[in-house]
Structures are given as structure tokens and as C-alpha cells.
Design a protein. Structure first.
Length: 189
């Protein structure tokens, strides 16, 4: 069995050098990089053949990281996160301290706090948020397990994390859009 700390170290080194990784999240397998590195973010857009106008989710490992990216967070955001029984992504307004090409045209950013040990510890090491977008070419189905990931995605990343390859996930996170004036809109259940 592969050691989680070894995988965190390898992934960290690739991300530090501006690379992109393929890794397991608390939901589906994701493609990721340092959320503050615009060139690495662009590599993911290119690999997924995705328009830059379609933003990606950014993972965070706690309140401190969220406050580093968002100055103003609606109180309802904390209530939703506290009450959520499954992984929940929030779209919040006016992010900062991230790559400009990860921010949506409407000046919002989708974020999810993760507890999954690999992701959590990797971000602890990075001291930055981690991009997370499904491991597929845009328009293709989201893979439910590692074996469903297409060869072009596997070949297109700089490192493939060797953990949880047997895990099957049939559902991405819930997505909820929150505005600074606390309007709530469910985007994906």
C-alpha cells in the first residue's frame, strides 16, 4: 500500500514547480494545481479543452484559507457548511489571492472545504487552495472511478496520485451560489 505522506510529498513537489496533478478528492477524481498559479490553471483548461469562462472549483482546508480568499463571507455560508451532510461547494463573490483565470466572469469562485486526508494535508503543506475539476475532457461524463479516467487525461497531467484507485464515487458535490446580500441559489443538488 502506498504511503499517504509519500504521495503528499510527490504531489507537493509537482505543484511547487507549476505542474498539475490527478488526485482523489472527497467526491470524484480531480485534476488540480495551485489555485494561485495562473499558468498551471491554464494547463488544466487546455487539458480539459474547457473555455476559460467556465470556472473550476477550488478546495480549501478550513476557515483560515477561506478568509484569505474572501474578505466578506455571508453568515449563511457557515450555516450551510455546518448543516451539510455531504460535500457542498459554495459559490462566493469577490475572491482575491487566487489566479485571475480561476475567477468566473461574474467575479465569483466556487469553493469547498474538504476533510479528505490527502487533500487536507496537501493544502496544509501548500498553504494555498487547490484547484479541483473533474478528471474528464469537457463534455464527457465525469468518471466515477480511476479506471474510467481517459488515457489522454492521465497522460496530460504531471503526476498521478497513487491512492484510492479502487474508490467509486457516483456523485459530485452539491453546489450552492451565495451572494454578499445572502441570496441563495441551488445550482446542483
Amino acid at each position: 500500500m502506498t504511503d499517504i505522506n509519500t504521495e503528499i510529498q510527490k504531489a507537493f513537489e509537482v505543484i511547487q514547480q507549476g505542474g498539475i496533478i490527478l488526485y482523489p478528492t472527497d467526491t470524484v477524481w480531480g485534476i488540480g494545481c495551485d489555485a494561485a498559479n495562473a499558468e498551471a490553471v491554464q494547463k488544466i483548461y487546455d487539458l480539459k479543452m474547457r473555455q476559460e469562462s467556465k470556472s473550476m472549483i477550488v478546495l480549501m482546508n478550513g476557515e483560515k484559507m477561506i478568509y484569505n480568499v474572501f474578505k466578506d463571507i455571508p453568515e449563511v455560508a457557515w450555516q450551510i457548511l455546518d448543516l451539510s451532510e455531504k460535500p457542498t461547494t459554495l459559490i462566493l463573490d469577490k475572491p482575491r489571492n487566487v489566479a485571475p483565470n480561476i475567477i468566473a466572469d461574474n467575479q465569483s469562485l466556487a469553493v469547498r472545504i474538504v476533510k479528505e486526508p490527502f487533500c487536507y494535508k496537501l493544502m496544509e503543506r501548500m498553504k494555498r487552495p487547490l484547484v479541483s475539476t473533474s478528471a474528464n475532457i469537457t463534455g464527457q461524463p465525469t468518471p466515477k472511478s480511476f479506471k474510467e479516467i481517459s488515457p489522454e487525461i492521465i497522460k496530460g497531467v504531471d503526476y498521478v496520485v497513487n491512492l484510492h484507485r479502487e474508490k467509486i464515487c457516483d456523485k459530485p458535490s452539491t453546489i450552492i451560489k451565495l451572494t454578499l446580500d445572502s441570496k441563495v441559489q441551488i445550482i446542483r443538488k
